[in-house]
Design a protein around this ligand. Sequence first.
Ligand SMILES: Nc1ncnc2c1ncn2[C@@H]1O[C@H](COP(=O)(O)OP(=O)(O)O)[C@@H](O)[C@H]1O
Ligand SMILES: [Mg+2]
Length: 348
Amino acid sequence: MEIEFHDRNREIHEIMRILNSRPDLITFVYGPINSGKSSVMDEAVNRLSNDYVVFFIDLRAHVVTNIDEFYDVLFSYEIGLKKKVAKFSDVISSLLSSTVRFYSGFPLPENLVGKVLKKDKPKNAFTYIFNILQELKSRGKIPVIILDELQVIGDLKIDGLLTYELFNFFVTISKRFHLAHVFAITSDSLFIEKVFNEAVLHGRCRYFLVDDFDYDTTKEFLEKYGFNQKEIDLTWNYFGGKPVYLVEAINNRDRLREFCEENLKLRVSQTLDAIYEIEENEKLFNSVIDLLKNFIDNEKIRYKKIDEALRFCVRKNILFLEPVNRILKPQSQLDLLAIRKVLNEITS
Ligand SMILES: Nc1ncnc2c1ncn2[C@@H]1O[C@H](COP(=O)(O)OP(=O)(O)O)[C@@H](O)[C@H]1O
Ligand SMILES: [Mg+2]
């Protein structure tokens, strides 16, 4: 079944408000896995006028382990219908004339490749992008850069940490020169936590949480597809407002209970796998169990310290950490149920 984009009015309104003001702060869009972060950005971008030139760079499908791979996602050698770009002025004119708003990276003419893509000098690449943005701005356009799943570049080191260079560059183009709006999307809450404590970003970015739907939004969504109250309650009890599961639930409405139980069983098994992986490390194993025990009676807790157990649960996508409000909670309602079952099994 074709499922329509649902709601997110508040989020889209906020994104539009940001895009309608002068570029200034970097926006970090974060939230649990599959909460709808990429979808909401897509939707907002689709509503923009042609005054905006949007560079949507999706790192999700990429493994970035060296600078060449990073350049591969950041740049493209053709634009539109496989048209090669020969020189810088071609890049600008095609960006200006194009009505397509998504690019597979910044177009780079062949004659500049050697100069721009230096292995040990990411600064050259950033300077090139800076020039594109400046040129677009001077022609009355508003550039927008969206990097999805930014944490993929991890701890890559090139003449210092690449993330650090990248953050510096973002600060330069947004806060300092007001050239472009920058959005960085991530599902990795440890990455956000790192960003949160990154000195270069203090006072230079904002955090924008896109969480699962609340109950009313979930109910409204499911009602659009004919769910009755009983079906809504069942779906909510298993999946909360996690859009990806709601879509699946709609598609499995004729066998809803079975579908819910299947998914829970699967999540329990995955969680057990994750936890038994560290069985030999008795200290970590026990502290993970102790940490998870918090969720027998609570849906979320306020955390104190980010220790190894917490890190483990976040890395395994069992828990989601929300550094702005210091909240720790399961990645989804399904994870909450799975955690409780797993504890039952391990501690009985
Ligand atoms: N507002 C929405 N309305 C309908 N479906 C949605 C919505 N947001 C997300 N989804 C569904 O959930 C899936 C996961 O969302 P996505 O944006 O990829 O999550 P994230 O980027 O947070 O991991 C999407 O592919 C889509 O099927
Ligand atoms: Mg995404």
